[in-house]
Write a protein that binds this ligand. Structure first.
Ligand SMILES: *Cc1c(COP(=O)(O)O)cnc(C)c1O
Length: 381
């Protein structure tokens, strides 16, 4: 039997995988030690678990365990990467290149840095939602210290040409940070092959708990140095102080090892479901896909419903299907999505656009229900 409501908002957050929950539970109770306690087995057990999780996270993105800094999530990792690099490399320059369709966590950090004296270039995107590497190269100046471009967009799933960006950054001796919060675990990610210097990820987007994440910080060619944004006991090589969230970190490690195991098969299954949803809904003339469809995450489709009022559409769909318009972080305000606007979508059409985010636990039956329901609603409105 189909259970309602159906959850198709996996880009906002994901449920915790039962295997992940089982793995983390003992670290609340019998293995509750502080990973920094060096004098007894409670501490050693916790530290060992953290060490294993560091290896699991590193493996998923082809990094070294020593390059992983645990944080409270992607937002904190973004703040550490960008503010930490800005402070540390201020003698080299103050210019940062980013993109207009970034997540608010990046854009708001950029605003903060501008107030502190940084010069920002916000690259535009084409109607597909992708930046032009030539425009990126043209934006590079002698005082450019950082390029921050996301791997996959959270509203459309569109992928930027990260390999080309990494190559450009390397050729010019500029650090490259990518917000890979949506991409990690959904597509193969390789910080070596793509010349990525820093990368953030978050447990709750890959079937783990909220409040755990990581920043990858390259240690060789070049060795990236960051000014800590949270001072204290010198945890995480001095880059992020504070007692480690051992259960959250254990969970994040497990999430990553499950992704390593499942990414190929899961992305095939989810792509097929997403394509089925898309193919059936776009049979209605008013429904169109936003963003590039060739370079995209397997699990997302962002659809515009021309001529249908967005608030009514979302209200009707939301009765039985959890979806969102724009990102969860900005959907409290009724402004049209900054991502879709940047792609040249009109305000009205952007307001009538819905993001469907499939996940590990999405079933064929649920997609069939969604097709039927959304078609009926669109026809009615
Ligand atoms: C969810 C998300 C974030 C924020 O992650 P948190 O772990 O919730 O802080 C940042 N960037 C992108 C692209 C996201 O999807």
């Amino acid at each position: 039997m189909l259970k309602l409501p159906i959850y198709l908002d996996n880009n906002a957050t994901t449920p915790v995988d039962p295997e992940v929950l089982q793995t983390m539970l003992p670290y609340f109770t019998e293995h509750f030690g502080n990973a920094a306690s060096r004098n007894h087995s409670f501490g050693w057990v916790a530290e060992e678990a953290v060490t294993q999780a560091r290896e699991q996270v590193a493996q998923l993105i082809h990094a070294e365990p020593a390059e992983i800094v645990f944080t409270s999530g992607a937002t904190e990792a973004i703040n550490l990467a960008m503010k930490g690099a800005y402070e540390m490399y201020s003698t080299k320059g103050n210019h940062i290149i980013t993109c207009v369709t970034e997540h608010k966590a990046v854009l708001d950090t950029c605003r903060h840095l501008e107030k502190s004296g940084a010069e920002l270039t916000y690259l535009r995107v084409n109607s597909d939602g992708i930046i032009d590497p030539e425009a990126l190269e043209a934006a590079i100046r002698p005082n450019t210290i950082l390029i921050s471009i996301m791997m996959a967009n959270n509203e459309t799933g569109v992928l930027h040409p990260v390999k080309a960006i990494g190559a450009l950054a390397k050729a010019h001796g500029i650090l490259f940070f990518t917000d890979a919060t949506q991409a990690v675990g959904k597509i193969p990610v390789d910080v070596q092959a793509d010349n990525i210097d820093m990368l953030c990820l978050s447990a709750h987007k890959i079937y783990g708990p909220k409040g755990a994440g990581a920043l990858y910080v390259r240690r060789k060619n070049p060795r990236v140095r960051l000014a800590a944004q949270i001072d204290g006991g010198g945890h995480e090589k001095g880059m992020r102080s504070g007692t480690l969230n051992v259960p959250g970190i254990v969970a994040l490690g497990k999430c990553c090892s499950l992704c390593v195991q499942k990414v190929d098969e899961e992305s095939k299954r989810i792509t097929a479901l997403r394509d089925q949803l898309e193919k059936n809904l776009t049979q209605l003339n008013v429904i169109k896909i936003n963003g590039n469809t060739a370079h995209r995450l397997p699990n997302v489709t962002n659809l515009s419903f021309a001529g249908i009022p967005g608030d009514r559409l979302l209200r009707e769909i939301s009765r039985t299907i959890a979806v969102s318009s724009g990102s969860a972080c900005t959907s409290a305000n009724p402004e049209p999505s900054h991502v879709l606007k940047a792609m040249g979508v009109t305000d009205d059409l952007a307001k009538s656009s819905i993001r469907f985010g499939l996940g590990r636990f999405t079933t064929q039956e649920e997609i069939e229900y969604a097709i039927d329901k959304v078609k009926k609603i669109a026809a009615n409105l």
